[in-house]
Structure formats: structure tokens, C-alpha cells
Ligand binder design. Sequence first.
Ligand code: NAP
Length: 279
Amino acid sequence: MTTRAGIIGYPLGHSISPAFQQAAFDELEIDARYETWATPADELAARVESLRADDVLGANVTVPHKQAVMPLLDEILPVAESIGAVNTIINREGFLIGANTDAGGFTRSLEQEARFTAARKRALIVGAGGAARAVAFGLAWEGVSEVVFVNRTPERAVELARDVSEATATETRGGGFEDIAGSDGVDLIVNCTSIGMAGGPEPNGIPPVEDLLGRGVLVCDLVYNPRETPLLALSRERGAFVLGGIGMLVYQGAASFEFWTDREPPEDIMYAAALKALM
Ligand code: NAP
């Protein structure tokens, strides 16, 4: 029987997950197809129900459904429960399990690609949406000493700061972009907004962290299209270390693949396929 997995989101035109997940199935000669399941909100319940079928391995979930799928599932794994979002659904004989591989994907990329150990470091996270939540919990679980959150809508940053400190006892602060001024000396800056994304609201924009960019700081941009965002280009110019979002994307997908197949994901093949799909 040919099995299936797919990505659930809306709209989905930009997704490169099908390219690198299919490459992984093909490399391991698993008889499976990775499909694109564009799903508007009013079709979400039916889509999730369809995942219980025998031939479905599971799904990835992306914007805007990472929270909305949670009540539709039978079990939520603790990591996803803490983050408050599901990006991976696993079908175990009709029983649907929700997982989150975004946090681990981010910290794996930090360690593997930037050789950065988060323990006892200070981080500034720009943004307070789903990606910021995953990144923040990932860093907190790695033992970061402090996380400052700044967001266009300050209330969301304050709420996320409170959630992370309550769940992990990490020191946090949350506020608006004006609070960036008090964040001198951070070791890590992570852009978790869509500023700088091709086709996004501000493709040529840079989050207002210019004053913090310099030697000794690692600047990460979760945006992976383009690979070198305006933020990363400026950071590089100022002598900072830089890390783009493609590694997180591939590693979160590889962890999903492992949940579905119980096989070791061919990460190098997936990475190469992701880069090719972006070209
Ligand atoms: P989301 O939940 O919709 O959150 C969007 C965030 O961006 C919010 O903090 C929002 O601020 C902020 N924002 C949007 N437009 C802005 C603008 N013009 N100026 C300032 N802030 C703006 O989305 P998400 O899932 O967190 O994704 C955020 C970004 O991360 C996207 O670019 C996405 O592609 C990327 N991402 C990458 C990976 C990866 O694997 N590399 C994984 C997940 C996400 P408000 O709260 O004020 O609206």
C-alpha cells in the first residue's frame, strides 16, 4: 500500500516541505507520497478526521492552524502542550497524536550549524507568534539565562514572557520595540517575525535591532526565503555571526519524518532538496 503524509496550512503556495520530505521517502525507498493539503479554516476538522485512514502516516501543520488542530486530536505530547502549538500529527492506527518539532529543530540548527550552546546565554526574541513560542521554549529548555521578547503588539510579548517564565522558571521580560534599547549585551538575537520574507509584509525590512548588531552576537533569522535576509546581510557586515532559517525548517521536518516512519531521517538529502527547492 502506498502511504501518504502531507502539509496542512492555508495558503500553502510557499511551502518547500513537500520537496524535502518526498526526497527522504525516496532515499529510504519508502512507498509514500508527501502531499500539499491546502485547508481553509472551515475545512480543518474534516481534514484532520481524514488523517485517521489506514494509508496516512501523519501530517505537518503550519500557519494558521498550529493551535486550532489541538482540540481535534486524541493526545498531545508534553512538548507541544507546553509550547501551545502542534506542527506534527502522527496517525497510530486511527489515533491521532500531536507533537511539536519546531523547538527541537531550532536548537538543533543552533548547535549543529552555528556551534552555539544556549545554556547561560542571554537571548532577544523579536516576535511573539507561533514560531517565537517554539524558539523561546526550545531555548529555555536548553538553559538560557534570560529571554527578552519584543513584538509589534507588546501585549503578546508580555504574555509569552509570562508563559515561558511560569513553565520553565527562566528569567524573561516582554515589551514593545522601544524596549530593545535596554537589551545591550545579548548573546543571541532571533527574528521570529515575517519581516524580511520574500512576498511578506516587508520584504526589504529589518527588525529594529540595528544597534545591537556587532561582533560576538549570533543573529538568527527564521525567515529562509531569501536565504540571506536584509537582517542577516547587515549583521554580517557588522561582524556578527549569522544563521538563516533553513536549518530549523529541515530539522523540524526530519523529526516529523522520524515520528511517522520510525526510521532515521536522511538529513543531508533533505537539506540538499530544501536548498534546491529554494533556488
Ligand atoms: P505568526 O504566528 O503569524 O506570527 C507573526 C509574528 O510576526 C508576530 O509576532 C507579528 O507581530 C510579527 N509581524 C508580522 N508582520 C510584521 C510587521 N510588518 N512588522 C512587525 N512585526 C510583524 O507566524 P509564525 O508562525 O510565528 O512565523 C513567523 C516567521 O517565522 C515567518 O516568517 C515564518 O515563515 C518563519 N518561520 C520559520 C520557520 C523555520 O523552520 N525556519 C518555522 C516557523 C516559522 P504581531 O503580534 O504584532 O502581529
